[in-house]
Write a protein of this length. Sequence first.
Length: 428
Amino acid sequence: METSAADLLALDAAHVWHPYAPMPGRVAPLLVTEASGVRLRLADGRELVDGMSSWWAAIHGYRHPVLDAALTGQAGRMSHVMFGGLTHEPAITLAKTLVDLTPEGLEHVFLCDSGSVSIEVAVKMCLQYQRSRGRTAKRRLLTWRGGYHGDTFTPMSVCDPDGGMHSLWRGVLPEQVFVPEPPAGFATPPEQSYVDTLDAALAEHAEELAAVIVEPVVQGAGGMRFHHPGYLRALRELTRKHDVLLVFDEIATGFGRTGRMFAAEHAGVTPDVLCLGKALTGGYLTMAAALCTPEVAEAITRGELPVLAHGPTFMGNPLVSAVANASLGLLADGAWEADVARIEAGLRRGLAPARDLPGVRDVRVLGAIGVLQLDHEVDLGVATEVVTAKGAWLRPFRDLVYAMPPYVTGDDDLAVITGAMLAAAEKA
Ligand SMILES: *Cc1c(COP(=O)(O)O)cnc(C)c1O
């Protein structure tokens, strides 16, 4: 006999720890039984239009026939083999495709389990690079405030110090160098005074800095802020000038979300190391990648420890690689570009009325990202009720009601999402 929805929720409350939640949880989660296209089906029969792409990953929607077929097809050949000493077509194809897609100059691909782990790997690459060159003092990182890079300890150390609660972790987290948030606005021309601040901080700490790490163009979970690509060009010049590596975390922005395949393309900049995740597998399974230039790889390989000392058990998993290849295949014809532009226009249109709502401080849209910033913290319980009553699934945080819909979202479904965002801004 099937366990009833009520019994499942009781078991969930008793045993299951949810993200960023106390145990036991205070707000019961919604029980999902199926998902298809852009819709989540709940156990009580309701259907919600997904405005979150399951934390920005499910860009093609759910139960996509091509992705489903890739997964079952690969399961019929092999689900997993270790990656030490063995290799296979799905991972090789994936690495080659990523090299071809990403900005010129990134030639080597390290596959790993999750975005946070790819940040760990990227930082390890940078530290090993500096060590190999005899620059053993260069082991700190510089970043700007307002960032988010994941939840394991190294990424936490470069998350925004307030949002990441660094005071709680004093003595535990490595202390990195922080500069102020980049001035806001994708279209707001760069301020020379901010570039001077970057230059001064890099000059002051050059002897101890291994790398600068930032999210290009869009800071995601740290506050959904956009900045001008000119700051990335400035960082590229300044990191070269001060002999520091540059890492771009495109785990959130990669694969078309900002309107370009990678946010780095807005700036025409190639970082030394690039982290990818989230939408890499079309939201089916967890995988991330850290890509680097030959210069970084060659220095590591010349070092005292001539290997990159990392190797996740499930590295390069064939099932995940096959789904990632299928997802990248769906992007290959470039149709996503028109979809993202259409969603951008729909978000701008649908969210425009929010400018006149009391309590709304800012309305911003870039690519398939729409954000309402309120002048108060959102009441998550109220917001969830309001948006689900409107037929949408959204997960606001702090003072932000935002959507990152799947690229396949139709105009009517997008209107459901923006309507729910307006309602949440009004009532939560
Ligand atoms: C989600 C995210 C991460 C962490 O990825 P996980 O797969 O959750 O570990 C890192 N950086 C950015 C920019 C992200 O959005």
